[in-house]
Design a protein around this ligand. Structure first.
Ligand code: SME
Length: 167
């Protein structure tokens, strides 16, 4: 079932609270991934990719299966397109989009939301749904709000040169 306005609000408020009270950036980003995945029915797989140089590197994720796409060159795939443009991508039918890099056979639609910090794209939120056309303007607004909340905590690649993330 599509999330309601109250669902989006409740999850965003909890992530806001987490970002305001938790001091560890890792815990904030992981907590956000978990909340988004666990509490919104149509969000089948949720991951954060961090920008490192010319690549996106997979950070924390939650979903039924791991993806082989742990590194994606900026400009490739739907993820790479969103990182290059800095604009949210919504794909209603992944099989009809020639840019799409397949991860899971069950995926039907996808949304990718860039995470900006001081005008740079530093990371992005990637969500796959097993339902067709699962994402719309409500998801875009909700996830852009989450991106803003977690952006200061997504500087992994910039601060440290990257680190290994395991779910
Ligand atoms: N489908 C993405 C690749 C990442 S997986 O969905 C986890 C893309 O086209 O860039």
């Amino acid at each position: 079932m599509s999330p309601s306005a109250a669902d989006y609000e409740a999850v965003a408020a909890d992530i806001e609270q987490l970002a305001a009270t938790e001091e560890d950036s890792d815990a904030i980003v992981r907590g956000a991934v978990e909340a988004i995945h666990d509490r919104l029915d149509t969000y089948s797989w949720v991951g954060i990719y961090f920008v490192e140089g010319e690549e996106l590197v997979l950070g924390p994720w939650k979903g039924p299966t791991a993806t082989d796409h742990v590194r994606i060159p900026i400009g490739e795939g739907v993820c790479g397109a969103a990182a290059a443009s800095g604009v949210t991508e919504i794909v209603d039918d992944v099989n009809a989009d020639p840019r799409y890099l397949a991860c899971f056979p069950s995926t039907r639609s996808e949304i990718v939301v860039p995470i900006r910090y001081q005008d740079m794209v530093v990371a992005e939120i990637d969500i796959d749904s097993d339902s067709a056309a699962a994402f719309g303007d409500d998801d875009r607004s909700f996830l852009e709000r989450v991106a803003l909340l977690i952006s200061p905590h997504c500087l992994v690649g910039w601060d440290t040169g990257g680190q290994a993330w395991e779910p």
